[in-house]
Write a protein that binds this ligand. Structure first.
Ligand code: ZN
Length: 294
């Protein structure tokens, strides 16, 4: 039987925010848009300390601790090294002794842009919740996860968007010029996911918005989806992502009262402010898509 397996590759832009000391936004923005931040539990290294984001040694300690605590669920390995020589960890979540041989394989990565730390923190938070919260236990019978929590370690540790050689790793999915991209691509191919999610972070208050009115305009969405839109991706795959994945994910977010919509960005063009839905570069992860037929 031929099973068409499709890799859904899209970016999930999240406004996940944590305690004020972690926040890159102003206190005013935090208060206005993230008033529920106190509901977060102190479970990631960054949430447990007073200042700064999760650093490299804390990341490794966190992964080791989770692996030791939940050996029947979690394992990890290193897939290569960053340009500055930091080993790149990847975490696998796969419930052992499980009868389901048809689990959906999901790839999740964060920190590809090093100045978007909420992406990494939210993955660590999610890993903790997946193990600790009974509401999510059923998922472990249905899915298998590969989590690349800090895809651009050198950039992340400097709170810098780019890798050590100045490359934007989210524009390196065609040429594979950086060792980080090569390592993640190789592991991606080995894991062979059905669904891939790349987490990023988006500022709700952008400088372009301030010029749109006298009171300023900000973007209140909790989650934005930047899924593949490039015409180099076959139409049926783009349609499936739209109708099967994004639509259903959006419905679930609605139920939770989380505002969501398709991604948009603003930029100044010949003196005017233009909004676009983004996702037009073939080199970004949202458009690097590999349909495979078995
Ligand atoms: Zn980003």
């Amino acid at each position: 039987m031929i099973i068409k397996r499709i890799l859904l590759y899209f970016l999930l832009i999240t406004f996940f925010q944590s305690y004020p000391q972690l926040n890159q936004q102003s206190k005013k923005i935090t208060k206005k848009f993230f008033s529920d931040l106190n509901e977060l539990e102190d479970v990631t290294p960054a949430l447990m300390k007073k200042k700064g984001f999760t650093n490299y040694s804390e990341l490794i300690e966190f992964i080791e601790e989770k692996t030791n605590t939940y050996p029947d669920f979690i394992s990890y390995k290193y897939i290569g090294s960053s340009q500055k020589g930091k080993k790149i960890p990847i975490i696998y979540v796969n419930k052992k002794n499980n009868l389901n041989n048809n689990k959906v394989r999901v790839w999740m990565q964060g920190g590809l842009h090093g100045n978007e730390p909420a992406s990494t923190e939210s993955l660590l938070y999610m890993l903790h919740m997946l193990m600790e919260n009974d509401d999510f236990k059923y998922l472990l019978d249905k899915i298998e996860l590969a989590i690349l929590p800090m895809a651009n370690i050198d950039g992340f540790l400097k709170n810098d968007r780019y890798a050590a050689n100045g490359l934007d790793l989210n524009r390196d999915h065609t040429k594979l010029m950086a060792p980080e991209t090569k390592a993640s691509k190789k592991e991606f191919a080995n894991f062979d996911p059905h669904v891939a999610l790349d987490f990023h972070e988006y500022r709700p208050f952008r400088k372009d918005f301030a010029q749109l009115s006298t009171f300023g305009i900000s973007n209140p969405y909790d989650v934005m989806f930047l899924h593949t839109g490039n015409l180099n991706v076959p139409e049926n795959i783009r349609n499936i992502i739209d109708t099967l994945f994004v639509k259903n994910a959006s419905k679930e977010l609605d139920k939770l009262g989380l505002m969501n919509r398709h991604y948009m960005k603003s930029e100044k063009y010949k003196g005017e402010i233009h909004f676009s839905t983004g996702s037009n570069t073939a080199r970004s992860s949202s458009n690097f898509i590999t349909p495979a037929i078995y």
